[in-house]
Write a protein that binds this ligand. Structure first.
Ligand SMILES: Cc1cc2nc3c(=O)[nH]c(=O)nc-3n(C[C@H](O)[C@H](O)[C@H](O)COP(=O)(O)OP(=O)(O)OC[C@H]3O[C@@H](n4cnc5c(N)ncnc54)[C@H](O)[C@@H]3O)c2cc1C
Length: 640
């Protein structure tokens, strides 16, 4: 099998590519749309926006999620905000500057045309959300308020206190609910995708499992959209919801969809540090806190004084000192790496020595508690509930944690994967964020994909094919359903002694140690040797209670961990193959004299796309070269 990778980037000046594309793309007329069925898997911001928009256009949408309500998708956790180039602050922002920041922030490893389109669409997203009633914070005069996130010199982040994702999801979900009510969207909750059905080289539908009854069922459609989120839980401990997984995208990959840049994983600098071995989840403290909080560690190793007892000249404000221009607002990869470095030097704080302070003392002194409280009150409460420390009185302790995955299914300009008829949107695709996503840019991408891009671009594919060509009686559905049943049967009949959790934890630790904030060849090789051993032990010694014919959450977890155990190997192969440091992918072997990421543009200015070649076989790499026409390649510098 070979995969076709035609990016389909429209010709012309970057400012005009999207409008030219819209002028030329094939559309499906309003009368014809109800004849077509589109499957949307996932109801986070990307999926809910897409399903609602395509339902409103008249398509028949079958929408799936594994939660008991579409509103429970992981997007609800997003705290800090969403970017848009509105320039309400009059501080010099523009579409170009948002494009520039995103390209630079991603260390020049994303496709220019997509990033520029994202910046162009950003402003419409805010208008759409406001029209839905999303309660963005406002200035005294009524204009929407903005704050800043890392890696930028303007304030362009729109926010609803610390619950922006929840409010945006309520907006998208009310649009979705309207379409469910109108009969344009059939909603299937508590239903998990197990496989993609492919016939004659095109995606024709999916196989799902009803998580309550255990029933396995096929669904056919004219196109399939995956909006199934990211795979950070490969690390076991992450800021993601426990349910986040790689299953849908991995199984699509095994059916022919190329997987792009799987090693690009963002480790977020501001999370509550792990307290010990027993922990199953890490909590994010929003990046917005870096607007006012100052990050420091004691200058002396082993300083056990309380933070309030350490005078200013004995505090090391390492980001402010090393990156005077951006200070505490350097991008996430830079902040995370620096936190790890000072902790590795022995300057870290807290019981494990892997923590740094995020301090609001000066902000409260300068602006008053009321103003700081109005910005971060709910985050302070959350921190206090978890740690029993009051960040108004004593600095927060934070440490980096796996948070977001820039890698994902490769998509063309229409957001179609290399498997015709299969689309990927939101965090599930390899996205517009290159090797490092800037804060508040994921929600922007999810909603641009869902509200504005996929509803139009999907028509280009649909209009070229006959509708309903293949139904669930086709042998491809029967075979995929049979394979899904056999896999579940195999999982429940292992009868071993170890819990799913223990395998997941073991894999996560290995990945954190060897494919985390920084990587090197020997560590990656070690991980690649160990992952197959864990996988073998999993299939020989897994203990699962219950059967597949009932609600069985251990079985759900086992299916996802089995996929992580295959996928992790690809992440390490990708990380080992990319012989450079860029964004979040920091290879020890490739750094500048002052410890910054050293790119190798000669050999690696490309998207790495992997083709599945069979169980245990070495995957095949394809490269999409990246072209830099609107913004020439430059060294990413946040110091001067
Ligand atoms: C704590 C936290 C805070 C964040 N804050 C911000 C922020 O302030 N700003 C920002 O821009 N970004 C933020 N992010 C990132 C952002 O929230 C996510 O990248 C984004 O919400 C992903 O949305 P999505 O629609 O792609 O997927 P998700 O919201 O993850 O939704 C995935 C959907 O797919 C479904 N699904 C998955 N697998 C299957 C399957 N096999 N079968 C059926 N259904 C399936 C799930 O049920 C769910 O409905 C934050 C992330 C975290 C973890």
């Amino acid at each position: 099998m070979t995969i076709e990778l035609e990016a389909r980037i429209p010709p012309g000046r970057i400012e005009e590519k999207w409008s030219t594309h819209l002028d030329q793309i094939r559309l499906v007329g309003p009368r014809n749309r109800p004849r077509y069925t589109i499957i949307v898997v996932g109801t986070g911001l990307a999926g809910a926006a897409a399903a609602a928009s395509m339902g409103a256009m008249g398509y028949q949408v079958e929408c799936f999620c594994f939660h008991d309500s579409p509103r429970r998708a992981h997007s609800i956790a997003a705290q800090g905000g969403i970017n848009a180039a509105k320039d309400y602050r009059n501080d010099g922002d523009s579409v170009y500057r948002l494009f520039y920041d995103t390209q630079k922030g991603g260390d020049y490893r994303s496709r220019e045309a997509n990033v520029y389109r994202l910046a162009q669409l950003s402003t419409g997203i805010i208008d759409q959300a406001v029209a839905q009633g999303v309660p963005f914070a406002r200035e005294y005069g009524g204009l929407l308020a903005n704050r800043s996130f890392g890696g930028v010199l303007v304030e362009r982040t729109f926010y609803c206190r610390g619950e922006t994702g929840q409010q945006l999801l309520l907006g998208a979900n009310s649009a979705l609910a309207q379409q469910i009510h109108a009969g344009h969207v059939q909603m299937h909750t508590r239903t998990e995708l197990l496989d993609i059905v492919v016939a004659d080289g095109r995606a024709r539908g999916i196989i799902v499992r009803d998580l309550v009854t255990g029933d396995i069922r096929p669904f056919a459609a004219d196109a399939v959209v995956l909006a199934t989120g990211g795979y950070c839980n490969v690390y076991y401990l992450s800021t993601n919801a426990k349910g986040c997984n790689v299953t849908a995208t991995w199984r699509a990959h095994k059916k022919g969809a190329g997987f792009a840049n799987p090693c690009f994983c963002q480790i977020h600098p501001t999370c509550i540090p792990a307290a010990g071995e027993h922990q199953a989840k890490l909590t994010l403290m929003s990046e917005s806190l870096r607007n006012d909080g100052r990050i420091w560690v004691p200058r002396e190793k082993g300083d056990t004084r309380r933070p309030s007892e350490i005078p200013d000249d004995e505090r090391y404000y390492y980001l402010e000192q090393r990156y005077p221009r951006f200070g505490n607002l350097v991008p996430r990869d830079v902040a995370s790496r620096n936190a790890k470095d000072v902790c590795d030097e022995g300057l870290g704080v807290g019981p494990t020595g892997y923590g740094v302070y995020l301090d609001f003392r000066d902000a409260i002194r300068d602006r008053g508690l009321d103003q700081i409280e109005s910005r971060y009150g709910n985050l302070f409460e959350m921190y206090e509930r978890i740690t029993d420390d009051d960040p108004r009185q004593t600095p927060m302790r934070i440490y980096p944690a796996p948070h977001y995955t820039m890698g994902g299914l490769w998509v063309d300009y229409n957001l179609m994967t290399s498997l015709p008829g299969l689309f990927a949107i939101g965090e599930a695709n390899f996205s517009d964020h290159g090797a490092n996503r800037l804060g508040a840019s994921s929600l922007m991408q999810c909603l641009a994909d869902g509200y504005f891009i996929i509803p139009v671009t999907i028509g280009d594919y649909i209009s070229r094919h006959q509708r309903g060509e293949i139904g669930t009686d086709h042998p491809a559905f029967r075979d995929a359903e049979q394979a899904a049943r056999e896999r579940i049967e195999r999982l429940v009949s292992i009868n071993g002694a170890r819990s799913v959790e223990s395998f997941h934890r073991q894999l996560g630790k290995l990945m954190t140690d060897h494919c985390g904030i920084s990587r090197n060849a020997s560590g990656l090789q070690e991980a690649m040797k160990t992952i197959p051993e864990i996988r073998e032990a999993f299939w020989a010694d897994l203990a699962l209670r219950g059967s597949g014919a009932e609600l069985n959450q251990s079985l759900e977890h086992a299916g996802r961990v089995a996929d992580f155990l295959e996928f992790a190997q690809l992440m390490c192969i990708d990380a080992l193959t990319r012989e450079e440091s860029c964004g979040c992918h920091f290879r020890h072997e490739h750094q500048t004299a002052d410890g910054e990421a050293l790119r190798n543009d000669e050999e690696f200015a490309h998207v790495a796309i992997w083709e599945y070649t069979g169980a245990g076989r070495i995957p095949v790499i394809y490269k999409e070269p990246l072209h830099f026409e609107a913004l020439p390649l430059a060294r990413r510098d946040y110091k001067t």
